[in-house]
Structure formats: structure tokens, C-alpha cells
Ligand binder design. Structure first.
Ligand code: NAD
Length: 463
């Protein structure tokens, strides 16, 4: 399937112009040299969804919307889960629906209902026999589909980031509260083996008081972004990066760190500052791939190659988050934990170090022994099967397994709508900080004052 690249210089400039807002529409104000995002009051009669429990669903009936690279993988993984029924498949590209049907057939499952029109996602959300909408569309479609689905009584799982603006994050929070439906962002990196083990170590006190953490999404996506045919459908990621800067994809790094720091379960992110390098890598790559006079090479991309965002929490912890998808360098999510008693880091080389010898990393065999001893009960339970099924080494399957387990048992989900909003909102807040020369941003409290009510992050378990 061929998709023509349409973002030339003129289009890019018109998109940039289309993005500017009048002062009256700005979602934030600048007060005493700080950018302050509004916290809209909760509507009367609306209640929070912290620790939301809904009726158990013995067999979760799922509809998938968005069957591209990520969605087709999700369908495949779901064929290995108990207690689910795949009811409907939807993508605006008919060939992707056919591909997903083949995945069901190969795994001996009945064909699902098919939807292929650009607006068919509405019909899918309206299906009475669907409990869960699993949304793997591109960034622009996450929120419209999630809102429509919740308003029709469906639970929603939505790919990362759940939303690209603070206003849309509030829309998700309000819809979840109004409808009392689950809205979980599919932050799979929370379920990777090292992340789960270090969470367990943190709970056991091995790091002491965690003071500083670092995360990242450093992943060379140039080939995929600049693929005119087989990359992201309609080149949506490149189009976004043409007009936006900051960190558009903060959640892979942030998710596991926020669980470690008990964000909105005893602490909260209060302020961020953000700075981006200039843009060099995309233009250089485009000129090499398509020639210096190609529309791709002439487009003035807004996204800086490297973005670094620093966040400070109410309890005085600091978080560093980076984003770089346009440089030739090894994949890296950092996952660095620095506490009063110890240290862990996943990339580039898994490392553990503890008092009193923390200036020297633990020897490899000692580290592996410790990682095994502190393996998280959830990866102990499902890790082997997850490795067989796959999906980023198994973490994707563990995420799906937990989502379905919690829905089947009527438990709070591991990630609630406030996580989705807090982690995703860094996309716009980092951009605004960058565009204002690194001014601090006062981050909104999406729980509207309840961030200290729950004591610590926990994975819910059935009795
Ligand atoms: N968690 C992870 O590790 C991970 C990895 C990759 C991508 N993602 C996320 O997954 C999402 C999808 O990414 P991808 O790489 O699969 O991109 P993709 O372009 O391959 O897939 C997006 C799909 O959505 C479909 N779509 C768009 N609008 C639609 C509409 N109106 N109706 C029906 N279908 C529609 C497209 O046709 C396409 O098939 C993105 O949000 C991305 O950030 C997450």
C-alpha cells in the first residue's frame, strides 16, 4: 500500500501557522515567570475514579480499533489470553482488517465483525456486545475514540501517549469520572522484567528513599518516520514532529518511574522545565534518503533532536526524561533509580549498586542473583508464557494479561486515567516550556486534590 508524502515546505508552514492560538484560547497563563495550566473544577455530581472497581466481566469482549504495526501485534497477543472474546476489528485500511482476521484464523478463533470506514470506529463503540475498546490508532485518534467509547459505556485501553494536550488529558479524566469507566493507557514499559524487579526491590527498601530517577525514549525511528509506504500510516508521526517540539512521547520513560515514586498515590509531579536541542538529524537523514531538494529535506521540522525535561515532585524528588527518535544511537530508556541506599540502571548495561560499595557496580552474577530473588510476583506468575508469546520481549503480553485479569476480577486497573493524564500531559507541557525558553511549568493535579489519598502504588490482586 502506498501513501503519498504530502508535507512539503508550504504545507508545513501552513500547519505551523494553523497551530498558533490567540491569547484568549491559551490553555495556560504566565504568572510570576511560571507557566500555569488551568485546573478546571469538577462538574457537580461527578466523582473521582481512584481505585475504581467495576462489575467483574467473566469473558471480556474486545474490539480493536487501529490494526497497524501495534494493533496487529495486540490481536496476536490476545489470541493467547484466556477469558477474552475478540468481537470486532476496525481499521480504515481494509488490508489491515484482513490481516487481523488471518491472525484469528491461524490461531483457530472465529472471524470477528469487520469495520473499515474512516468513521466506523463510532459503530464499533456502539456495539452492545463489546466491553473493552482497545485503541491502537495514531496519536490524533486516541482521544476522540476513547471519549466516544466511554460515553457509550465501554472500558477503554488506549495506546501511548493517551492524549497530546493538557486539555485532552482533562477530557479523558472527566469522561472516566462522568461515566465511571476504566481508561487505561497501554504503557507496556511498566511491565518489563527489570522494571518490575526494581519496583519490587524499591518496595523492599533496597534503594532507601528514592531521590532521583531518569527515563527516556531514545530510539532511532528515522527509517520508519521517513518511509513513504510501509511506515506509520499516512506518516502521522513525521507530520506531528513537523509542527511540534518538546517531548511528544514521554510515557515509556515516565510510567515505571511514576510507579516507583507513587505518583498520585502519595506524591505528585509539581513542576517541569524543558529544553530541546536544535533540529539536525531529520533534515540530514531526509536529504540523504530523498535528496536535498525533496519535500522531506526542505521541511522545517519543529522537533529538536534531543529533548530533556526535568520534573520536581511535591516530596522533593527529581525526574529526568529524554526523547530522541532521530539520532543514530543505541536504544535507551535509562530507567535509572538513585536512592539513599542504592542505585539501579537498566540501560545501556543493567547495573545495581548498593551501600557501602555503591561506587562499584555489583558483579554480573551477583546482580543476576538479586534480580532473580526480587523477581516481581507478577512476572514470576506469567513471565515464562509472556516470553513465549513475545511483544517487546514479553512485557506487552504481561500488560494485556493484567488488564484482562483486573477486568475479569472487578479490580482497579494497574494504570488509571490519572496516570494516563499525568504521564501524557508532559507532551504539551514540555513543548510549552521549550517554546518559552525553558520557563518552569506548574503541572496540574488531575486528581483535583486527591493525590495523597492512596498509600503507595500496588498491583491489585483477587482475594
Ligand atoms: N507501546 C508501545 O510500545 C508502542 C509501540 C509502537 C507504537 N505505539 C503506539 O501505538 C499507536 C499506533 O502506532 P503504530 O506504530 O501501530 O502506527 P500505525 O500507523 O502502524 O497504526 C495506526 C493504525 O491506525 C489506523 N487508523 C488511523 N485512523 C483510523 C480511523 N479513523 N479508523 C480506523 N483506523 C484508523 C491506521 O490505518 C493504522 O493502521 C500509536 O499511538 C503509537 O504511539 C506504542
Amino acid at each position: 500500500m502506498k501513501f503519498r508524502f504530502v508535507v512539503g515546505t508550504l504545507l508545513a508552514l501552513s500547519l505551523v501557522a494553523g497551530c498558533s492560538r490567540s491569547a484568549a484560547d491559551e490553555p495556560y497563563r504566565i504568572v510570576n515567570n511560571e507557566i500555569v495550566f488551568a485546573e478546571p473544577p469538577r462538574a457537580e455530581g461527578q466523582h473521582d475514579v481512584l481505585q475504581l472497581r467495576c462489575d467483574p466481566i467473566p469473558v471480556v469482549r474486545v474490539a480493536f480499533i487501529g490494526l497497524g504495526m501495534r494493533g496487529s501485534g495486540a490481536v496476536e497477543r490476545f489470541t493467547h489470553l484466556d477469558g477474552v472474546e475478540i468481537v470486532a476489528l476496525c481499521d480504515k485500511v481494509p488490508a489491515y482488517v484482513e490481516r487481523a482476521q488471518r491472525i484469528l484464523a491461524v490461531n483457530g478463533l472465529p472471524a470477528a465483525l469487520e469495520f473499515t470506514g474512516e468513521e466506523d470506529w463510532r459503530k464499533v463503540c456502539e456495539l452492545e456486545n463489546v466491553d473493552l475498546i482497545y485503541n491502537c490508532t495514531d496519536w490524533e485518534m486516541h482521544v476522540p475514540i476513547a471519549l466516544y467509547a466511554m460515553e457509550r459505556g465501554r472500558h477503554v485501553a488506549v495506546e501511548v501517549p493517551a492524549a497530546m494536550t493538557v486539555k485532552d488529558c482533562w477530557a479523558l479524566v472527566d469522561a472516566a469520572e462522568r461515566t465511571q469507566r476504566h481508561c487505561m493507557m497501554l504503557e507496556n514499559c511498566c511491565y518489563d522484567f527489570f522494571e518490575m524487579a526494581t519496583l519490587n526491590m524499591a518496595r523492599a527498601g533496597l534503594f532507601g528513599e528514592i531521590v532521583h530517577v531518569e527515563g527516556a525514549y531514545i530510539h532511532d525511528l528515522r527509517a520508519l518516520q521517513f518511509d513513504r509506504g510501509d511506515g506509520y500510516v499516512g506518516m502521522w508521526r513525521l507530520k506531528h514532529n513537523t509542527v511540534h517540539t518538546g517531548n511528544p512521547y514521554p510515557t515509556h520513560g515516565l510510567g515505571p518511574l511514576c510507579q516507583l515514586l507513587d505518583i498520585h498515590r502519595g506524591d505528585r509531579m509539581e513542576r517541569l522545565v524543558s529544553m530541546s536541542s536544535g533540529q539536525f538529524g531529520m533534515s540530514a537523514y531526509a536529504a540523504r534518503k530523498y535528496g536535498p531538494e525533496s519535500p522531506e529535506a526542505e521541511t522545517p521540522y519543529a522537533l529538536g533532536d534531543m529533548n530533556t525535561t526535568l520534573i520536581r515532585t511535591a516530596k522533593g524528588k527529581s525526574i529526568l526524561i529524554q526523547h530522541d527518535v532521530t539520532s543514530p544511537r543505541p536504544y535507551n530508556r535509562h530507567h535509572t533509580i538513585s536512592g539513599t541506599k542504592g542505585f539501579a540502571q537498566k540501560y545501556p548495561v543493567p547495573t545495581l549498586a548498593f551501600d557501602p560499595d555503591a561506587h562499584r557496580p555489583l558483579a554480573k552474577d551477583r546482580m543476576e542473583e538479586l534480580l532473580q530473588r526480587y523477581e516481581h510476583p507478577i512476572t514470576q506468575e506469567i513471565g515464562e508464557k509472556a516470553r513465549e508469546v513475545g511483544g517487546h520481549g514479553g512485557m506487552d503480553f504481561i500488560m494485556d494479561y493484567r488488564l484482562i485479569y483486573c477486568l475479569r476480577n472487578g479490580l482497579p486497573l494497574d494504570q488509571d486515567v490519572y496516570d494516563a493524564a499525568e504521564w501524557s500531559s508532559v507532551a504539551e507541557m514540555s513543548e510549552v516550556s521549550v517554546r518559552h525558553g525553558g520557563l518552569p511549568v506548574v503541572m496540574p493535579d488531575f486528581t483535583r486534590g486527591a493525590w495523597n489519598r492512596i498509600e503507595g502504588f500496588r498491583h491489585a490482586q483477587a482475594e
